[in-house]
Design a protein around this ligand. Structure first.
Ligand SMILES: [Zn+2]
Ligand SMILES: [Zn+2]
Ligand SMILES: [Zn+2]
Length: 100
């Protein structure tokens, strides 16, 4: 994962706080916390589908769709939660229900 410089991170943070659609398509958003703006994002222990902010503790879904490989991000309105499996629904329509 590339390290973001602060200016870029700040701009992305401000943009996507207002406009959440598109977060899933922005690779840099994997390393920006949308709550506090931190770029200290690490994989969440024991959860391969989530990342967590080291500074504020906010955890969010971000993983590759098992069906099509596109990025799914729980902060993106186009990736709503699935009540059945608890994962997020990809823009291709797949979630955890179909996998396996
Ligand atoms: Zn944070
Ligand atoms: Zn998909
Ligand atoms: Zn599901």
């Amino acid at each position: 994962m590339e390290t973001l410089d602060r200016d870029t991170a700040k701009k992305l943070f401000e943009h996507y706080r207002r406009q959440r659609d598109g977060i899933r398509n922005k690779p840099e958003m994997a390393s920006i916390c949308l709550i506090c703006g931190s770029i200290h994002i690490i994989p969440k222990d024991g959860n391969e589908h989530k990342l967590v902010c080291r500074d504020c503790g906010f955890a969010f879904f971000r993983y590759a769709c098992p069906a099509c490989g596109k990025t799914v991000d729980g902060r993106d309105p186009k990736n709503p939660g699935c009540r059945e499996c608890g994962l997020r629904v990809c823009t291709c329509g797949a979630c955890g229900c179909a996998a396996g």
